[in-house]
Write a protein that binds this ligand. Structure first.
Ligand code: GLC
Ligand code: CA
Length: 540
């Protein structure tokens, strides 16, 4: 296997709970994924990142793992999982497992034993501290609200949880714990998987006493050790989730000389509609010029030693077309624009399930419709602070994680969008009648087919994978860049806004590879871009 195969890959993310239910219990499952492998092969993707399907009480939809080496029965069995790995391989698709090793579930046997007394051998698998003056050891806050410390009355100490209290943090300073994790990773590697997506990996070097949680001093040492003892010897792809990465930090992870990870997810562009430093629930309008600046900074900044991941959305973020485009009047145009802009950049692109058909956010009108632990905790916190229901629901509709988690929209003419024959675990977006896979497969002009074409260009032109990148000077709300290699030149232009824009570049009249307004020829010397218009042209 080619060592850097992932540089040429396009990754598709499946949120298994919402992809396809094969046994009529309203919950997506492994057989459901297998049933759609032909669809994914047709789209052209070559790797599949699966959100966690290990045994879990499901407090955080599988990110609270109680057994790393078993499949949760709601998703199927280990036999199903092996079948998925094998069937995917036959179609040229590698399976990327989600590795959640910053924390476990409080129902994991390690934690249950850790709680028994202060001297057992699992005590140090987790992070325990004495009370200070009868209170929490310090002010550390959980990402999901409230203190990051929970008191255990049986042993008289607090344990650390950066997420919900049912997700106790593992203690990476303990080498026995690290060895146990590597062993588990090798168990999965032996099954023939293609790699790992490493959940909140920048937190494992944490020091709760100094309150430095992300980018702790031992982080890179731990990753080098992990690399050496697990995936380093194989041609596996690894992508770390690193909310705290800057381009400089991202290069530390992804420089091949350092033997850490293939690449990381950075989130700077997904936070531009937040007020500075005030967290995800403080929203402001997106500024297109800022978006261009940030994406450009990462394209330039990771060169030449680092490698970018390219994505608009995932299971934690609002839908791409709702967050960055216009999910009403220009839904189709803006969804295609986002695809063209991102998929011709340098890096490995990721598609989140439903993005390829332009699925949108799914607004709710009451907290009773909300499933996500993060949104529910935030709701109660804000209620206590005196906010009214409407204000909080508005925030949830804008940024809540359920937006991305509603069931995949396969069919327009079946109840529950063809996701299941039974009432699904989370409501289906009512727009499935007009936004669904079936219709788009039949329409050669669909968003789906734009994605398919873009993936194909990446396969056929090494320029898209390896060509240099440079920004082209244009109006603020227009993003244009050049990719170049061995004399071949590709110009990508995207109007990020819903307003007309003028483009004047000295490149004459050219024929596009791809465009979202179906144009045959473009006079680049003087061109009027329509709302969200985008194209890519090879310059001759
Ligand atoms: C990551 C996951 C998210 C989860 C959190 C805690 O951010 O993507 O879904 O809630 O980690 O594991
Ligand atoms: Ca099911």
């Amino acid at each position: 296997m080619e060592k850097d195969w992932w540089k040429k890959a396009v990754v598709y993310q499946v949120y298994p709970k919402s992809f396809q239910d094969s046994n009529a219990d309203g919950i997506g499952d492994i057989r459901g994924i297998i049933n759609h492998l032909d669809y994914l092969e047709d789209l052209g993707i070559t790797a599949l990142w699966l959100n966690p399907m290990y045994c879990s009480p499901g407090i955080d939809n599988g990110y609270d793992i109680s057994d790393y080496e078993q499949i949760d029965p709601i998703y199927g069995s280990m036999k199903d999982m092996q079948l998925l790995i094998d069937e995917a391989r036959k179609r040229g698709i590698k399976i990327i497992m989600d590795l959640v090793v910053n924390h476990t579930s409080d129902k994991h046997p390690w934690f249950i034993k850790s709680c028994q007394d202060r001297t057992n051998k699992y005590r140090d698998y987790y992070v325990w501290r004495d009370p200070v003056d009868g209170h929490e050891p310090n002010e550390l806050q959980s990402t999901f609200g409230g203190s990051a410390w929970e008191f255990d009355s049986q042993t008289g100490q607090y344990y650390l949880h950066q997420f919900s209290k049912q997700q106790p943090d593992l203690n990476w300073q303990n080498s026995k714990l690290r060895q146990a994790i590597y062993k588990m990773m090798n168990f999965w590697i032996e099954k023939g998987i293609g790699g790992f997506r490493l959940d909140v990996i920048d937190l494992i070097g944490k020091n709760p006493d100094t309150m430095q949680m992300a980018n702790g001093k031992d982080l890179h040492r731990f990753l080098q050790e992990m690399n050496q003892q697990t995936f380093g010897k194989k041609s596996l792809m690894t992508v770390g989730e690193t909310w705290g990465a800057t381009p400089e930090i991202a290069k530390l992870y992804s420089d091949p000389q350092r033997h850490e990870l293939s690449m990381v997810f950075q989130f700077e562009h997904t936070q531009l509609d937040q007020q500075d430093g005030q967290g995800k629930w403080s929203i402001k309008p997106l500024n297109f010029y800022e978006l261009k600046k940030v994406l450009n900074k990462w394209q330039v900044g990771l060169n030449p030693t680092g490698w970018n991941s390219l994505f608009w959305n995932n299971h934690d973020l609002p839908r791409a077309v709702s967050a960055f485009g216009n999910d009403q009047e220009y839904r189709v145009e803006s969804a295609k624009m986002l695809a063209i802009l991102l998929h011709l950049m340098k890096g490995t692109p990721y598609i989140y399930q439903g993005e390829e058909i332009g699925m949108t956010n799914c607004p709710v009108s009451s907290i009773d419709e909300v499933n996500d632990v993060e949104s529910i905790n935030m709701y109660h916190e804000k209620k206590n602070e005196g906010f009214n229901d409407n204000e909080i629901i508005r925030l949830i509709n804008h940024r809540g994680r359920d937006n991305a988690r509603t069931p995949m929209q396969w069919k327009g003419d079946q109840k529950y969008a063809g996701f299941s024959s039974q009432k699904p675990w989370l409501h289906v977006n009512p727009n499935y009648k007009t936004i669904n896979v079936d219709d788009q497969l039949r329409d050669s002009n669909s968003i789906y087919n734009t994605y398919k074409e873009l993936i194909d260009y990446r396969k056929k032109h090494l320029l898209v994978v390896e060509g240099s990148y440079s920004l082209v000077d244009t109006a603020d709300d227009v993003y244009a860049y050049l990719r170049e290699m061995d004399g071949q030149k590709l110009l990508v232009v995207a109007n990020l806004s819903g307003k007309d824009q003028t483009l004047k570049l000295d490149y004459g009249v050219q024929q596009p590879w791809i465009s979202n307004y179906n144009i045959e020829k473009i006079n680049l010397n003087d061109y009027k871009l329509r709302p969200y218009e985008a194209f890519a042209v090879e310059i001759h």
